[in-house]
Design a protein around this ligand. Structure first.
Ligand code: B4P
Length: 187
């Protein structure tokens, strides 16, 4: 199973990815997590990432594609990408990498949640986890960046007949069941 989870900030990609990873037994790659880990270790990448993340901006495509290429070298069989790709050049880069490795995506799941709901979720997370990119101002930027740069990916994957939209409202288990249902159709 080669999967991509798409969705705006706070749509629940990370939450659902944790379940999907367990259910399908496939490696989970979250570019957001990789960046947060680099940040907590204080590496050069981490320092750079922090500046972009705190502003609600995306990191440059070249950096992200470099990270993913390195990761893919160790992935055997399937994978679940969460939060990658986030731009058309990243999607094209992923296609090129897959073509080189002789594979193709099975499905792209887009988790859909209205803006007002994600803002509430992320502000709640800020109160619990204190993530520096979960301030009201940064969330507004992240939403804008999502509509400008990431949402066009839906059309990109729709044209390739890979897109599966899922309602991300409701309990985590309900959303997970919806994802399993659309993937059942995709397999
Ligand atoms: P990410 O780490 O990918 O994160 P995210 O947008 O915060 O969201 P996610 O959808 O995973 O939310 P979650 O499940 O945690 O990116 C962070 C930053 O890294 C980006 O802004 C960017 O700067 C950088 N970055 C990452 N990838 C990049 C790339 N490819 N290119 C360039 N830059 C990149 O859920 C959010 C909250 O909602 C949680 O508190 C959760 O508990 C709650 N929740 C989840 N599901 C729920 C439900 N059904 N009901 C109620 N609450 C729910």
């Amino acid at each position: 199973m080669k999967l991509v989870l798409l969705g705006g900030p706070g749509a629940g990609k990370g939450t659902q990815a944790a379940r999907l990873k367990e259910y399908y037994g496939i490696p989970h790659v979250s570019t957001g997590e990789i960046l947060r880990e680099a940040r907590s270790k204080g590496t050069e990448l981490g320092k750079k990432a922090g500046e972009y993340m705190d502003a609600g901006k995306l990191l440059p495509d070249g950096i992200i594609l470099g990270i993913v290429e390195e990761k893919m070298a160790s992935l055997r069989g399937g994978f679940l990408f969460d939060g990658f790709p986030r731009t058309i050049p990243q999607a094209e880069g992923l296609d090129a990498l897959l073509a080189r490795l002789g594979g193709a995506l099975d499905a792209v799941v887009s988790v859909e949640v209205p803006d007002g709901v994600v803002t509430d979720r992320l502000l709640k997370r800020a109160a619990i986890e204190g993530r520096p990119d979960d301030t009201r101002e940064t969330i507004a930027n992240r939403l804008k960046v999502y509509y400008d740069q990431t949402e066009p990916l839906k059309e990109y994957y729709r044209k390739r007949r890979l897109l599966r939209g899922v309602d991300g409202l409701g309990a985590v288990d309900e959303v997970f069941d919806r994802i399993r249902n659309v993937l059942g159709e995709a397999r």
